[in-house]
Design a protein around this ligand. Sequence first.
Ligand code: NAD
Length: 412
Amino acid sequence: MKRNLVILGTGFAAFSLIKKIDTKHYDLTVISPRNHFLFTPLLPSSTVGTVEFRSIIEPIRTAREGLTFFQAIASKLDTANKTVQCRNAVSDEVFDVKYDWLLITVGAANNTFGIEGVRENAMFLKEVADARSIRTKIIDNFERAATPEVSQEERSRLLHFVIVGGGPTGVEFAAELADFLEEELAESYHDLVKQARITLVEALGQILNSFDADLSKYASEVFKRRKISVLTNTPVKEVKPKLLCLKDGSEIAYGLLVWSTGYTATDFIKSLPFEKDKAGRILTDGYFRVPNEENIFAMGDCARPESKAFPQTSQVAMQEGKYLGKLFNRMIKKRTPENLGEPFEYNHLGMLAYIGDEKALADLPVAKSSGFATWIFWRSAYLTRLVSLKNKVLVLFDWCKAALFGRDVSRF
Ligand code: NAD
């Protein structure tokens, strides 16, 4: 008889497992507020139209034949009755879904560190809707700044693009925005672009802290040359509607504020009665089983094996999903994971980041590199990692289109 596997989430871990699992033996039900898989590594590029939104998403309903999908948010888990309570993401209707096996892979939420005003005034960069809002806001601000009645002070504020968080997300967005200003907006808004500024605010002593120190220094130098101000050792205290208040008492007027200071646990994960680590991630065994909960597994950004904390990256989640997919396939014959070989081992392939002006960083176990050739490598690596032929063709086409005709600056 087929087993009923319910998967919460449509991120890298879920998508990789869905592609691997043997659907002759498992009935798949996927529950997520997002009805598509999103290739997040190229999300910063989509904020300025280097790639289009639709080129980096894959619909989940067609990911495997026979898959059942509910566009809903898991709100409660009843382990005694093996039921997940869900709320429809469109209509808010509440309904229950029964499971035999459950995989919790709901990702993580934007971390605001409880700083006042972040949720109300800043924009995040985690979903397609965020990238779309950022893209609209950039053009809106230029159009508002172009109005003759606008005071010089207001114009300067509108054209100040501030990013909080100097991790890979913040750095890649700053880089893409600088390209957009120089390569496209300079043509459409030549006088205004001269007044536009980009500021990257980081609480620690350097940006890209997870990268090799020399690479991080190189990125700072490239940013300096491109007139992207990098403020290190600058923690934020509060965010007001038009003002960023820093801990040292100074204030920065902004027209757009992007908040990218990493992740925290979602409300759903916080509500679960399982043991968690300090960061609020569910602790599992090496096979991603939640202890004392037969048939419940957890992985990706919302969980980690007790023995090792892996970084919250797409690379980790993808490997975890593939591993668990294979494990589920082997469990058809032998019921328990212990009989099925080794627990999960992460194979770190390295980190890549785009830093703008056709330059990238590669921090690989075998070598570290930066510059133009690394940018070509960065593009080839992401092209290979895109999850479908359709995505690969569309992204390649977008890159060619942007190089030949420029990015689109229309607002719609
Ligand atoms: P991050 O956690 O990597 O970086 C967040 C940065 O924000 C840190 O440097 C932190 O010091 C800073 N910060 C925190 N609070 C602050 C405050 N109040 N004021 C100013 N700065 C503050 O977050 P991210 O860049 O969103 O990335 C999230 C995860 O995704 C990470 O695991 C990252 O490695 C991964 N990721 C990787 C890539 C890549 O490898 N190319 C790209 C995007 C994301």
